[in-house]
Design a protein around this ligand. Structure first.
Ligand SMILES: [Mg+2]
Length: 274
């Protein structure tokens, strides 16, 4: 073997071992880091599901496959319509679980400052099935509106991140980022005002679909979800997000001043056992 072949083999073996390391942990390493308990420790299982659960990937593919069928049917039913879809970004189009993993490792809780440090990296990855779906929408002549609660000051980094992922219709006329309110109804109205026929909404949070869910208790959110059940998988396309969401904030009754310990107590107190 000449030196080039040996080098190539060494590189290939390194790549294989890196790849295996990414999916298969070293089970012999049982050492506990000194800073093992962290404020965000409770979200470890949820993050692992997003990063390692092939079931999570399959759910994303399933959801985008269903959305594609529904969208094609909408276009056939409205061949002359001015059709649009409204989509959320985070945990719908792009995966930010790396930020949450960072929070666990740092022993930190979410803050707008650290979130912006993450988005500035432009390293969010594509949710499985996402690019194919939005490319399909684009090829069918459907206008895409990206309505996200990333701030308007994150526009440039967000655009660059999405461009690197090859998503279509990326210009300022297709983006409605957050200015002063996290409620999205005002921004959806801006789309309606342009006489678009919005045939589909995609999101990981019920607030991505309608403002009726906003600031409601989880009990009420259940009732509303049940009353709108025929919309899901049709007009409303929902994605799994076990890491964070309105469901968790609702547990705390939208009180953002609770301590880590108080939140922990609430989470354990509300668990339904038998
Ligand atoms: Mg989202």
């Amino acid at each position: 073997m000449n030196i080039i072949v040996i080098t190539m083999l060494a590189v290939a073996l390194t790549l294989v071992s890196c790849n295996q390391k990414a999916l298969t942990p070293d089970i012999n390493n049982t050492s506990t880091p000194a800073n093992a308990y962290k404020d965000a420790e409770y979200s470890v299982q949820a993050i692992l599901f997003h990063q390692f659960g092939s079931e999570y990937r399959a759910l994303c593919y399933q959801t985008y496959n269903l959305a594609a069928e529904k969208l094609k049917a909408s276009v056939i039913a409205n061949p002359d319509g001015k059709l649009a879809i409204i989509t959320d970004l985070d945990e719908t189009v792009v995966d930010n679980s790396y930020y949450n993993a960072w929070l666990v490792n740092e022993g930190a809780l979410y803050s707008p400052e650290t979130w912006k440090q993450w988005t500035a990296q432009r390293k969010a990855t594509i949710i499985p099935g996402s690019k194919a779906f939005f490319d399909l929408a684009d090829s069918l002549g459907v206008t895409i509106f990206y309505i996200s609660n990333r701030g308007v000051d994150e526009y440039e980094v967000t655009l660059a991140n999405l461009k690197s992922l090859g998503l279509p219709q990326l210009d300022s006329t297709h983006f409605y980022l957050k200015t002063n309110t996290s409620g999205k109804e005002e921004r959806r109205q801006m789309v309606y005002d342009q006489q678009y026929d919005v045939v589909m909404y995609l999101g990981d949070n019920l607030n991505d679909f309608s403002n009726v869910f906003e600031k409601q208790t989880n009990e009420r959110r259940h009732e509303l979800t049940d009353s709108l059940k025929s919309n899901f998988g049709r007009e409303y396309i929902i994605f799994p997000n076990t890491i964070y969401g309105e469901w968790e904030v609702a547990l705390y009754n939208y009180n953002h001043k609770l301590s880590v310990a108080q939140k922990d107590s609430i989470r354990k107190a509300v668990l339904k056992g038998y």
